[in-house]
Design a protein around this ligand. Structure first.
Ligand code: CP3
Length: 333
């Protein structure tokens, strides 16, 4: 494997680095305070000072080993001119998809529209607290972005009947999304991100066409990011064959979801591994947290492993259990 910079994506198994997906978010009272007076989520993401402050909240409270920029994967469709709104108790709602309009958008227009995201990365990565920590930038994988752009809402709500019908549209859109994701990655790296994570939250929707819709476009992004000199973590949530994914897409690290058997993963994947713990465990009690966390740490004891969850931390998570989780991870030998 290509040597990576001294960051959490390395071969040191002794330090048990930890950060949590969605660590900057609704389970934190200090986040809810800010959110209460900032009802428009996109506007909040585009406020570089608040975005940086929110990014640092979990670092200040828990001392995680990496900060992930407070933003959203849907800043991409927003940046290329599709309307994106977040409705309370519903989630994202996207506007009509107008390809002709999108084709008029160039790199400059895109970058200017979401420039505050890059400013937020720059402010955060220059912060004292980031001297010894990683600054994770992120994107949605082309497939997951496409799902939102065509379906216009989370498939958790509903997947429109005609979703898979128009292969010409799907292929055209995947190319277009890939082009802008590369710009988005480069801008984040230029601003100070030293790791990129690619979230493919809806990888599990596909049973065939994986090669065209997931492997190829994601490989292109991984390859592009590596050439910028930055390690890349992939999270193909729900994918049936992690081993095949790793072999073809070749990320520097793979984040597993909570449905896969960690023992099987440990035996068949050599790449550094991140994550796995079911976020619902953080809604239970101290004993269950201890058992489950130690299960993952034991299985990956001799493997390069970054502790994380198998999906984003849930808003109802109790702060005390996060504190306990970190203690266990840091004290585990
Ligand atoms: O991890 C972090 O702390 C950094 C910030 C981050 C957010 N979204 C902030 C956010 C990251 C990395 C994301 C990624 C993201 N966004 C994904 C991929 C990971 C995943 O969870 O599967 C997806 C699918 C989205 C799209 C999205 N954004 C949805 C579906 C929703 C609404 C439902 C939900 O889970 O909250 C959001 C809103 C969102 N993005 C919030 C936050 C903190 C909640 C906003 C709020 O209502 O306060």
């Amino acid at each position: 494997m290509r040597p990576v910079k001294n960051c959490i994506v390395n071969k040191d198994t002794k330090t048990n680095p930890i950060w949590l997906m969605r660590q900057a978010g609704r389970y934190l009272p200090e986040f809810r305070e800010i959110r209460k007076v900032n009802q428009n989520f996109i506007k909040l993401c585009l406020n570089e000072n608040l975005s940086s402050e929110i990014t640092l909240q979990p670092i200040k409270r828990f001392g995680f080993d990496a900060a992930i920029i407070f933003s959203d994967i849907l800043m991409l469709p927003y940046g290329i001119g599709q309307k994106v709104e977040f409705e309370k108790n519903f989630g994202p709602k996207l506007g009509d998809l107008n390809l002709e309009k999108i084709e008029d958008v160039n790199e400059d227009i895109f970058t200017k529209k979401i420039n505050s995201v890059y400013k937020a990365i720059s402010i955060t990565s220059n912060h004292e607290l980031l001297k010894k920590r990683d600054m994770i930038g992120f994107v949605g994988a082309p497939w997951t972005i496409l799902v939102y752009m065509i379906n216009k809402m989370s498939p958790k709500k509903k997947l429109i009947d005609s979703f898979f019908d128009d292969e010409i549209l799907i292929n055209k859109l995947l190319n277009l999304i890939e082009r802008f994701l590369k710009i988005h990655i480069k801008n984040q790296v230029d601003a100070g991100a030293n790791i990129i994570q690619i979230f493919d939250s809806w990888a599990g929707l596909l049973n065939d066409k994986l090669s065209d819709y997931i492997y190829k476009p994601t490989y292109n992004l991984v390859d592009y990011t590596k050439k910028l000199g930055v390690p890349v973590i992939c999270f193909p949530r729900g994918i049936k064959n992690y081993k095949e994914f790793c072999k073809i897409v070749k990320p520097d690290m793979i984040n597993i979801d909570y449905d896969v058997d960690p023992k099987k993963i440990a035996s068949e994947i050599e790449l550094p591994i991140q994550g796995g713990l079911d976020p619902k465990i953080l809604l239970t009690d101290k004993d269950k947290v201890k058992n489950e966390v130690e299960k993952y740490l034991t299985i990956f004891k001799d493997h390069p492993y970054v502790f994380n969850l198998g999906h984003g931390i849930l808003p109802e998570t109790k702060i005390e259990l996060v504190e306990q989780l970190i203690k266990i991870v840091k004290n585990f030998k």
